[in-house]
Design a protein around this ligand. Structure first.
Ligand code: NAD
Length: 378
């Protein structure tokens, strides 16, 4: 038996945002509270959503101070603002950060608990308020996942929190909202999505259902991400990467992520490297290290991404995949942790703690080749 977690109400494609009032109506939701960040508030997108809802007879209250890599402090500030009204759902509008803030706020609004006590392996399945996700980046797939990632700023720990309660009820997946993303953000978030697809496919918890989503996602993202980066107004490329990110989110939420994400979270938390960028830095080398654990699966990835042929032996196809990931990183300007300019002494000091935090998240145990702390440090 496979338990599947998917958003029940989805609007996918250009202009999907206009369907928000109808999706709320079908889901029986009437009094939303919206969480977003300053950029979205100043870009006019928040006004557009407010107007859409106003015309449907819904008055919106909003919190506009969500921060990148959401912290417990910012979650608590949003929760306080939500409690000043009466709401049946929380809308997250923006990248993964406002959406993840909305997810945690939706749970804390109903359950008397703290983010720290909700960290994995705890599973928060008892529902909170309904969650509505409107992504404006094509990367995290948070609109599709039963996951939220909250940083405890007192310990610099990015806490993975999981459970059915974080599963959005409505996902509005409108690629037009990503047209404003600059090149660096497009590349980093797109590589985050590619990593979700690859990790879901090689995960020890993959299933035939997640395989289908992961393979179609990696093919789509690999093909279209370069055009989305170099030609930001390319609707075909933006639509494909957005759809791929959504598919990859459904895939990893029902399989898992693995070693890249396990190691990427501590780098993001301690050194404030954007999530997609820290994934991108690690992806080629961790793929190379993991190859012996899933030769056939990595070879299949190389084939569906159009890198290797059916006649290439699996070991050759796997090596081709690693080379292509390294080359892609060079093309889109992804530095290594060393060349990124991280404080080298601090990095060396923190390695044992980062390895411990990576292992504690549980993600490395889903990797096809399972590391110990020494492997992670190396
Ligand atoms: P983000 O939400 O942190 O946004 C980064 C920056 O991009 C912000 O300044 C934001 O204002 C800006 N931005 C967003 N959309 C834009 C647009 N259309 N045009 C121009 N600028 C835009 O970035 P993200 O990568 O989407 O999210 C990262 C967070 O998501 C991390 O905390 C990560 O851990 C988390 N995450 C969550 C999941 C999940 O399943 N819940 C999965 C992966 C990552």
């Amino acid at each position: 038996m496979t338990a599947l977690y998917l958003p029940p109400f989805v609007r996918l494609g250009g202009g999907a945002l206009n369907d928000l009032p109808d999706a709320l109506r079908l889901a029986g939701l009437k009094t939303p509270f919206l969480i977003t960040d300053q950029f979205m508030a100043s870009s006019g997108l928040l006004d557009r959503v407010s107007t859409l809802l106003h015309e449907a007879g819904i008055e919106l209250r909003a919190f506009t101070d969500a921060v990148p890599d959401p912290t417990i402090t910012s979650v608590n500030a949003a929760l306080t603002a939500l409690r000043e009204g009466r709401h049946d759902c929380v809308i997250g509008l923006g990248g993964g950060s406002p959406i993840d803030t909305a997810k945690m706020v939706a749970v804390l609004a109903v359950h008397d608990t703290t983010p720290a006590s909700l960290r994995a392996p705890f599973m928060q399945d008892e529902p909170g308020l309904a969650i509505v996700a409107i992504p404006t980046t094509a990367g995290t797939g948070s609109e599709a996942t039963r996951v939220t990632v909250i940083t405890d700023e007192t310990t610099d720990e990015k806490m993975l929190c999981m459970g059915a309660a974080y599963q959005p009820r409505i996902a509005i997946v409108d690629y037009e909202l990503t047209l404003s993303m600059p090149q660096r953000l497009t590349a980093d978030t797109g590589t985050d999505a590619l990593t979700h697809a690859l990790e879901a496919y090689v995960s020890r918890r993959a299933s035939p259902f997640t395989d289908a989503l992961a393979l179609t996602a990696m093919a789509r993202i690999w093909k279209y991400l370069p055009a989305a980066c170099t030609d930001p107004g390319n609707h075909e490329a933006r639509a494909a990467v957005m759809q791929g990110a959504f598919e990859a989110g459904m895939a990893f939420s029902n399989a898992s992520v693995a070693l890249v994400h396990g190691m990427s979270r501590p780098i993001g938390a301690h050194f404030h490297v954007a999530h997609g960028l820290s994934n991108a830095m690690l992806l080629p080398e961790i793929t190379a290290w993991s190859l012996p654990g899933a030769k056939q699966r990595y070879a299949t990835c190389a084939r569906v991404m159009g890198l290797a042929g059916e006649d290439d032996p699996d070991s050759v196809a796997g090596a081709i995949l690693v080379d292509a990931l390294r080359k892609r990183n060079a093309e889109i300007g992804v530095p290594s942790p060393r060349t990124f300019g991280l404080n080298a002494a601090r990095w060396d000091n923190l390695l044992p703690l980062m390895a411990e935090q990576a292992l504690a998240s549980g993600s490395p145990a889903n990797n096809p080749r399972i590391p110990d702390a020494d492997d992670i440090i190396e």
